[in-house]
Design a binder for this molecule. Structure first.
Ligand code: ATR
Length: 260
């Protein structure tokens, strides 16, 4: 996706994007060596997003508030940390016609970015509060307490919930990644969606996830994880190159890989 974008921008000769596999114990040394090796920046993914923020010399307010970075820039001998996961999610959301609550399922790093995104002022969606559900309740409480310091949440960690009270439902849990039935593991009913809702599933594959398929059949607006991946990647590319990302090129590349 990034290489396709770089080629489309005419930067394919100078720039390239590659995957580097690194163990947690080698992470900091690896990142600090990268600037000297000619890297302009990096994306960081699970499980390194928190460690990357901790080692950064400078970090954006968003990255600090979320507590994780997915985008590093190497400049003037410094490591700068950004977070485009939240912006990527925001970019996928349609404007919501009426203020309703949002529900975030999960309490990991992806949930933190989603909670922040939905609570951020200037978000395109009109959200009156963000509730958080997680299988392990204590993690939902902890995330809520921590992010509550920065954003006006106006919601709560919840154990039982009314699915039809939410305008936006975001699944950030791993449920569905390995074919699990989301309706067996999450507090949602297959038949409980409505046409006014926006349903986001970070899980993606070559067909709509069972969660999105059920939401779609109720007429809900759906967003899958691949579109969020594309949007966060476009924001990262802009940070590194200063150029507008060719979204269509990135989407085509991502979807053709996602479907292969
Ligand atoms: P990430 O940082 O990518 O969000 P994570 O920290 O491993 O990853 O979080 C994974 C999320 O999926 C957690 O919210 C986890 O719930 P727990 O905190 O209870 O572990 C959730 N999850 C994973 N498998 C699940 C399942 N079978 N049912 C419900 N939730 C599940």
């Amino acid at each position: 996706m990034q290489n396709a974008a770089l080629a489309a921008l005419g930067l394919g000769e100078e720039w390239s994007y590659e995957a580097i596999d690194v163990a947690p114990e080698d992470f900091e040394a690896r990142v600090r060596a990268m600037a000297g090796e000619g890297f302009a920046g990096a994306n960081v993914t699970v499980p390194h997003k928190e460690a990357a923020l901790a080692l950064a010399d400078v970090s954006s307010e968003v990255a600090r508030e979320i507590g994780a970075t997915n985008t590093l820039v190497f400049a003037d001998g410094r490591v700068d940390a950004h977070n485009t996961d939240a912006g990527g999610l925001i970019a996928t959301l349609p404007g919501s016609p009426r203020a309703r609550r949002a529900l975030v399922l999960g309490a990991g790093g992806a949930a933190r970015a989603a909670i922040w995104a939905l609570s951020a002022s200037g978000t395109v969606v009109d959200v009156s509060g963000v509730d958080v559900w997680n299988r392990t309740r204590a993690r939902a409480d902890a995330v809520y307490a921590e992010l509550g310091r920065y954003v006006e949440l106006g919601g709560a960690p919840v154990e039982s919930l009314r699915q039809d009270s939410y305008g936006i439902i975001v699944n950030t849990t791993a449920v569905g990644l390995h074919g699990e039935d989301p309706f067996a593991h999450l507090p949602l009913d297959r038949s409980g969606f409505d046409a006014e809702q926006v349903v986001v599933d970070m899980v993606y594959g070559d067909a709509p996830s069972p969660l999105l398929a059920a939401a779609e059949s109720a007429g809900a607006t759906t967003v899958d994880g691949l579109e969020i991946l594309v949007q966060q990647g476009a924001l990262s590319l802009r940070i590194w190159t200063g150029r507008e990302a060719p979204l269509d090129v990135m989407r085509t590349a991502a979807y053709s890989l996602g479907n292969s």
